[in-house]
Design a protein around this ligand. Structure first.
Ligand SMILES: NC(=[NH2+])NCCC[C@H](N)C(=O)O
Length: 306
């Protein structure tokens, strides 16, 4: 049986890896943080507690189970934050690409060994060391793949710059039949209102042909315009800076009809339900958002129905 099949963000989900809330280790100090939201919450003494993270992820898992999705989990590593499965690897068609993730998070990858062992060698791609990419920057829309990227000269001094142009060139060679659209994202390691960690923090397809977008997250207006033209103006829901800050784009689709969202995303949820006729399953995920990711970031989908 084919284990991998991913071509978009919303087709009916069959198998997913959900990150792991257990044994996430102690609260980092400021120097140990590597995203702006964690930086802010460590500064304000509001970094989340493990019990709350366990509670929130359990609520999410229950929704996945209720929808008969097969949920796999990475092995628990001692004192290691494994909440954000998304960035560790990503699936395109029937191949899994092992991310060259920020070194601060490299330990997380070994916990997926048992899962990757189920996949045949020829379907697992490793990238050269210089190619940096994380799953949060890769968004699939069938023949088109949107890639968050940062091309500035200060790339290596920014902890929130995770995907480089070299990695995208590499992906283009691996998937020559796909069109790759690279999208430069604003970066800021300390202020979560001014920078975008991954593409999925500023843009997300939903339903059949619709998308949620935060316009100010892009360095080039033409990239925003491309997305609007791609989906059509009427199929775009624009979010505010405040909504971006709470990660409103980072919801997760179980099917074109059903999406999992955060219970506090009042304006978004109402719009999705009333205007786009989607079923919105609401979970508490506020504490997790303080670590720079939300629902999509906690998942690594392996298989969606064609
Ligand atoms: N796909 C995402 N947006 N993932 C969020 C990851 C957050 C995590 N704290 C990091 O900095 O890597």
């Amino acid at each position: 049986m084919q284990l991998l099949n991913i071509n978009d963000e919303t087709s009916e989900l069959e198998t997913v890896v959900l990150g792991q809330p257990h044994s996430m280790g102690k609260t980092p100090n400021l120097e140990e943080t590597y995203d702006a939201k964690s930086y802010e919450n460590v500064t304000n003494n509001s970094y989340p507690q493990e019990d709350d993270i366990i509670y929130e992820m359990t609520c999410f898992e229950k929704i996945l189970n209720d929808h008969k999705v097969k949920v796999l989990r990475p092995r628990i590593l001692k004192d290691c934050n494994q909440v954000f499965a998304r960035d560790v690897a990503f699936v395109i068609e029937n191949k899994v690409i092992i991310s060259n993730i920020i070194p601060d998070r490299a330990d997380e990858q070994e916990a997926y060994k048992e899962i990757f062992d189920m996949i045949s060698f020829q379907d697992i791609y490793n990238l050269p060391e210089k190619a940096h990419v994380e799953g949060g920057d890769i968004i699939l829309c069938n023949d088109t793949i949107f890639c968050g990227v940062y091309k500035g000269d200060d790339y290596s001094s920014l902890k929130t710059a995770r995907t480089n142009a070299y990695a995208i060139d590499f992906l283009k060679e691996l998937f020559p039949h796909k069109t790759f659209i690279d999208i430069s994202l604003k970066k800021n390691d300390k202020d979560p209102k001014q920078g975008i960690l991954h593409l999925d923090c500023t843009f997300m397809p939903v339903g059949k042909n619709k998308a949620i977008v935060y316009k100010e997250g892009f360095i080039n207006l033409k990239d925003y315009q491309f997305i609007v033209d791609f989906f059509g103006k009427d199929n775009i829901f624009e979010i505010t800076q405040q909504e971006m800050y709470y990660m409103n784009t980072n919801i997760f689709s179980i099917s074109p009809e059903v999406v999992v969202s955060e219970e506090r995303f009042i304006r978004l949820n109402k719009f999705l339900e009333e205007k786009w006729n989607l079923t919105v399953k609401k979970v508490p995920y506020y504490e997790i958002s303080k670590m720079g990711g939300l629902l999509r970031c906690s998942t690594l989908p392996l298989k969606r129905k064609k």
